[in-house]
Write a protein that binds this ligand. Structure first.
Ligand code: HEC
Length: 165
């Protein structure tokens, strides 16, 4: 009688220990997996509005392009780190005039400067042939100040023009 009564008692202690060990392992595992948050390396996937700080336009020109994430997708002459290939190289001094006379252009820009601003705020207005639509973020209007947009346009409209000998 006594021996059958004590059986479960002897089993309970190891069971509690096993439960505690498993619980600790589980807790450690969830702490580990949540604390190993990846370092935010700029990538196409991380280009969500929450990750992009407001660009005031007071930054140096390189910082304007890198902070806004343009560099991830575009190659921009003179901007170190801007070697992205998702979108076209930003040589608007050469490509801009071609866009404006393109028969499929339906935008409102009257100059390359305006075309750049339009392309940044409303990328869907004209989709460059050979490049994906719905890829360039559509929320730059709320992330770039008017000054930042002006500086971007003033910089890009000169790119790609061969320097006179
Ligand atoms: C996630 C990738 C991505 C990011 C980030 C991005 N773009 Fe683009 N962009 C594209 C793609 C793809 C196109 C081509 C398709 C189109 O015209 O919408 C494009 C097109 C453009 C064009 C038109 C180019 C031409 O040759 O007519 C301009 C100008 C431009 N982007 C500027 C910018 C600027 C400035 C930024 C940052 C403020 C930026 N883009 C950020 C992907 C991106």
């Amino acid at each position: 009688m006594r021996s059958t009564d004590s059986m479960p008692e002897r089993l309970i202690t190891p069971l509690i220990i096993i439960a505690l060990v498993l619980g600790t392992l589980w807790a450690l595992h969830s702490i580990n997996s949540s604390s190993v948050t990846p370092v935010p390396v700029p990538s196409v996937a991380s280009l969500v509005p929450d990750m992009i700080p407001l660009v005031t336009g007071d930054e140096p020109i390189t910082e304007i392009f890198t902070k806004a994430g343009c560099a991830v997708c575009h190659t921009v002459p003179g901007i170190s780190g801007a070697d992205g290939r998702v979108g076209p190289p930003l040589l608007l001094g050469v490509t801009g005039p071609r866009r404006l006379v393109d028969p499929s252009y339906r935008g409102h820009a009257q100059s390359v400067h305006q075309y750049v601003i339009e392309s940044v705020i409303e990328p869907g207005v004209f989709v460059v042939a050979g490049y994906p639509d719905h890829t360039m973020p559509t929320w730059y209007g709320v992330k770039l100040s008017a000054l930042a947009l002006e500086k971007i346009a003033s910089y890009l409209e000169l790119q790609g023009i061969p320097v006179a000998p």
